[in-house]
Design a binder for this molecule. Structure first.
Ligand code: DGJ
Length: 730
């Protein structure tokens, strides 16, 4: 069984195929963290050390100066009993009362299957997964406050998840000031921290640095998980590489504000933690009320960062993403945004669809500009009625014309937003988030709807259904183009709850959409990759990775994204050259090679302007994508050469069973009469022979995986190449 309860040692041990996680209830009732590492048997309660460290506090019932929560590794560090490192939990009595609580072990429950979280996304299990849930209850006896620590064990995925439920069983209201979901305390170790920073158009750049004393933290106070820092963090050995060394990660299954921190304390111990941001957060819990801290996914790799990523890829693809499109190859699409921006009509879209059909494209997406009086980004958000004059009819009629041209039809929405210049805003100005008496803060000239209010969600949903019920819509792009600044809801009983309830409202809308249109493919987007997180992937199996479509920039963005997220989830398009954002030219073949790193492959340019040779090239690209789409969706992804080398970027998809592999590379720089680059594929079957479709040669797999093979020296900067290997006799 994945969860083992040892009553003698008072330990709980969580086993996955290759990992073990262990904790213990100590003699004073506190739950200590013991171990998270390679799978092992035994009790690791020899790891924490007890010693009088001078100035370290003790709870009064302990009476032993060698025992201090300020030193010991814990499962759920809370503020109030002497641990003065970063807490996960802090609570205050109402009416300006005291801070602090005393949470001690009160019992456990073990059940088969993986827990779910009401109204929140979470990893789910399927029958044969053998998943288990362990719930450990901590209790503050005086406040009668229960904190349930939820552990989900996914043995075949090498994943342990954590979430937390706080229940007020007392008679007084308490205020939760801070609630984070997961903590990993290391008693020793010299680590690097790998975080992912960015901005609009440059998301998820890996940043690796040695962990010094103090607290390193990233987070978002933007109401969305954000372009600036991703809710995903890795702690690894200082020497860890793609292939070797230990690495631990946390991914937040949540799309709003977060905080992720790693602290090195006075005794060189390390605490890694993740959960809700406590900025503008203050959650009153009346008697009987509860609050759930969203889920954190943890994984451990003893074999470097590559395996860590692959664990997450498989889990997110198979047990976070859901629905009809989870395992299906996605249609190759053409998006109208960089092809036409706001400047289109129904006729021009049908024209585009006809040309796209010639190119082999399967779906046309009508992006922003189809509704209200939207001819620029200054108006009409909230008025989700088609501009029939512009479209030449209703959305249903246009969808029919696009279908007649041989393509499926897709549409763009930005349901969370409202323009002041809109009928919706004129009718319901109080539906927008705004702080009374304070000047409003606009972003892209728009305001944010108060999704914490059910009537606001209902109104948006009804408008969406009025279009989607009638029209044959195969795809929907869910955009969100600003952060939340004015956090005030006229319906909230405490403004400290608004950011959290907004995200729950967002999830409610997304859930309703997926229930009503189960076969519609929904792609997430937030000015590109401003909300690329595991929470959104529960509702939208792919996300537009970035508004930057420059192929060379996309290498760093997509490879950075791959540390925590599967390629199958990345929306990636071929756009015009020179790129409209960066002015950098790149060959069509390279733009396609880079976009084919994503399972959400498509085009975003005016295909009518392609010369005949370009149309033929696109046809070949679409056929190539189809030939390899299963491998791109489900293969093991390897970062062979990261773009940071500035010389080359190379990656590989290898079939789980070793039957085939696709290796691709883009040259970034060359030197005259230069040194050849060799690529060393991974994940092939040892002792086998592979045939390469491009060279026609046969290669022994062990030699390939050790000496590699040379790339053509003729490749110029920004040119690309791809090699498909199939196991001979497979
Ligand atoms: C931002 C998105 O990321 C773009 O792809 C496009 O949909 C625009 N919004 C439309 O306003």
């Amino acid at each position: 069984m994945p969860v083992v309860v040892d009553h003698d040692h008072r330990t709980f041990t969580l086993h996955t195929a290759c990992t073990t996680y262990q904790m213990q209830v100590d003699r004073y009732g506190y739950v200590l963290h013991l171990y998270y590492g390679p799978r092992t048997a035994g009790t690791m309660d020899y790891l924490p050390t007890f010693w009088d460290r001078g100035q370290a506090a003790q709870p009064e019932h302990v009476g032993d100066r060698a025992y201090s929560l300020d030193v010991l590794p814990q499962e759920f560090p809370f503020q109030g009993m002497g641990d003065l490192r970063n807490p996960l939990f802090s609570v205050r009595r109402v009416g300006g009362g005291a801070f602090g609580c005393d949470l001690r072990y009160a019992g456990f429950e073990l059940r088969d299957g993986k827990y779910g979280l009401p109204g929140l996304p979470a990893v789910y299990d399927e029958g044969a997964d053998g998943a288990q849930t362990l719930v450990i209850t901590l209790r503050d006896a005086q406040l009668r406050l229960d904190v349930e620590l939820l552990y989900g064990v996914m043995p075949a995925y090498d994943v342990v998840t954590r979430a937390v439920r706080v229940v007020n069983r007392g008679t007084e209201t308490v205020e939760v000031k801070r609630l984070q979901s997961a903590c990993l305390d290391f008693t020793h170790g010299d680590f690097d921290v790998l975080s992912f920073f960015g901005r609009h158009g440059m998301e998820r750049m890996p940043a690796r640095a040695a962990l010094g004393h103090g607290s390193f933290s990233v987070g978002s106070r933007r109401g969305e998980s954000s372009h600036q820092y991703n809710p995903f963090l890795i702690v690894c050995d200082r020497t860890a590489t793609e292939e070797a060394g230990q690495a631990w990660s946390m991914s937040f299954v949540y799309s709003g504000g977060f905080c992720a921190a790693v602290e090195r304390d006075q005794f060189d111990q390390v605490r890694m933690q993740m959960g809700l941001s406590d900025e503008q957060f203050s959650f009153p819990l009346a008697p009987g009320e509860e609050l759930v801290g969203p889920e954190v996914v943890m994984t451990y790799s003893a074999h470097g960062l590559g395996l860590l990523s692959q664990n997450l890829h498989r889990l997110i693809r198979q047990r976070v993403c859901r629905g009809y499109w989870r395992d299906r190859v996605r249609p190759v699409l053409l998006n109208s945004w960089e092809a036409a921006y706001f400047d289109f009509t129904g006729d021009s879209l049908v024209d585009l669809a006809r040309k796209a059909k010639e190119c082999g494209v399967e779906l046309l997406v009508m992006d922003d500009g189809w509704f209200g009086r939207r001819e620029s980004d200054t108006s009409s958000l909230g008025d989700w009625r088609p501009n029939t004059a512009k479209l030449g009819g209703t959305v249903a009629e246009l969808a029919r014309r696009v279908n007649e041209a041989g393509l499926d039809f897709g549409i763009w929405y930005e349901p969370e937003m409202v323009s002041e210049d809109s009928d919706l805003y004129r009718a319901h100005p109080d539906w927008a988030l705004a702080v009374p008496g304070k000047p409003k803060v606009r972003g892209r000239d728009q305001l944010v709807l108060d999704l914490s209010r059910p009537e606001v969600r209902d109104a948006v949903f009804e408008q969406m259904c009025a279009v989607l019920d009638d029209a044959n819509v195969a795809y929907l792009k869910w955009d969100c183009n600003r952060s939340l600044v004015d956090v005030y809801s006229s319906a909230a009983r405490d403004q400290g709850t608004v950011l959290y309830n907004y995200v729950l409202g967002l999830y409610d809308l997304l859930e309703r959409l997926s229930q009503r249109y189960p076969r519609m493919l929904v792609e997430g987007c937030a000015s590109g990759g401003g909300r690329f997180d595991a929470g959104m992937l529960y509702y939208t199996p792919q996300i537009w990775t970035s508004d930057c479509t420059d192929a060379v920039n996309r290498l760093t963005i997509q490879v950075g994204t791959s540390y925590g997220y599967p390629c199958a989830a990345m929306g990636a398009h071929v756009s015009a050259s020179p790129n409209e954002m960066t002015r950098r030219p790149a060959p069509l073949s390279t733009r396609a090679a880079v976009a084919m790193m994503g399972g959400g492959f498509g085009y975003e340019l005016d295909v009518r302007e392609l010369p005949d040779a370009g149309v033929e090239a696109v046809k070949r690209q679409v056929a190539y994508f189809h030939a390899h789409a299963e491998l791109i969706m489900n293969g093991r992804y390897y970062r062979l050469v990261p773009p940071e080398t500035n010389r080359l970027c190379a990656w590989e998809f290898a079939a789980e069973d070793g039957s085939e592999a696709l290796v691709a590379a883009v040259v970034l720089d060359v030197h005259g009469y230069g040194v050849p680059s060799y690529l060393v594929p991974r994940g092939l079957t040892p002792g086998a022979v592979y045939r390469c479709s491009e060279t026609g040669g046969d290669y022994p797999s062990d030699a390939l995986m050790s000496a590699g093979f040379p790339l053509p020296l003729s490749l110029a900067p920004y040119e690309s190449c791809a090699f498909h290997f199939s196991r001979v006799g497979a």
